[in-house]
Design a protein around this ligand. Structure first.
Ligand code: ZN
Length: 296
């Protein structure tokens, strides 16, 4: 935690149809001074150029589920994204090493659901949480989502380094560049770099002790018929609503015949990633979370 930051990586295009990150990296390529700060180096890169060219999420498989230590070491895995992941891991990592090539990764994403400006965090490291708390102080509307994952080991791009997170902004349709959220994302990246500059210069006034988060409870699938096909979708109350509070008896889904399926759990929850387009193939209609304040 007291160690200085030497190198930070900003990555975009991990999902090739999420254009905020793609174009922000393009902007940095043209104006590298935008990410220059005193006392450390910032590197930036497009991670999945093949998917960007096709404007699809991926070519063979989801790159943001590919950074699993055993898989990175497995020469028998050679899909487009498996090879990409090995190359990126060699450049920024290697994952699990005590001294990775970069100290912190910020991976840029967008979502079709109404998540506003959000951070998806998947580690419990002190530095990461201090950065997030700093951002939350500057941007009170920022939402913090602690992800527990759909794979055993966290397999995100930003899991290569001990510290880091993903920025998720939405709603943005796939393949669309949306101005307001582009500039919000750019601003947030700027604040992150400012934090490291202050950290290295010993100019950070305080340590943050607590933060409000949305903590992962579970991923919820759509209702399905016997054939496995979806037979209901997200109820209009939830559609276009981010961080939607659910209490027992609230409408949750509606069948294609118009029948309402209610939220039946006793425990209140907040739904997010509601009706995210990319999660249909994963079998998630939304993610249920618990709102809480945690010590950091
Ligand atoms: Zn993404």
């Amino acid at each position: 935690m007291s160690n200085k930051i030497n190198k930070v990586a900003i990555t975009g295009g991990t999902h090739g149809n999420e254009l905020t990150g793609v174009y922000l990296i393009n902007k940095y390529k043209k104006n590298p001074d935008l990410v220059k700060r005193e006392g450390f180096e910032t590197v930036f890169m497009h991670t999945n150029v093949g998917a960007m060219e096709k404007c699809t999420r991926y070519v063979d498989k989801d790159l943001n589920r590919t950074f699993i230590k055993n898989d990175l070491a497995n020469d028998m895995l050679y899909s487009y994204e498996d090879i990409l992941a090995k190359n990126i891991n060699a450049k920024l990592g290697p994952k699990g090493s005590e001294k990775t090539a970069v100290d912190f990764i910020v991976d840029l994403h967008s979502t079709t659901s109404d998540m506003g400006l959000s951070i998806v965090i998947d580690n419990d490291n002190k530095l990461t949480w201090q950065v997030v708390a700093y951002l939350k102080e500057i941007e009170p509307n920022l939402h913090i989502f602690r992800w527990k994952g759909d794979t055993k080991e966290v397999s995100f791009v930003n899991s290569i380094t001990k510290d880091g997170f993903a920025i998720e902004v939405g709603p943005i349709p796939q393949g669309v560049l949306r101005a307001d959220l582009f500039f919000e994302t750019e601003k947030l990246v700027g604040y992150i770099l400012d934090y490291f500059e202050k950290l290295n210069a010993g100019k950070l006034g305080k340590k943050y002790k607590t933060i409000e988060i949305y903590d992962h409870i579970k991923l919820l699938d759509f209702p399905r018929g016997e054939d496995g096909d979806i037979n209901a979708t997200v109820h209009p109350n939830l559609q276009d609503n981010g961080y939607f509070k659910l209490t027992k008896g609230d409408p949750l889904f509606v069948t294609l015949e118009g029948e309402i399926i209610k939220y039946k759990e006793d425990k209140e929850a907040y739904a997010l990633f509601i009706n995210e387009a990319a999660y249909y193939e994963k079998g998630f209609a939304m993610c249920l979370t618990e709102k809480k304040v945690i010590d950091i």
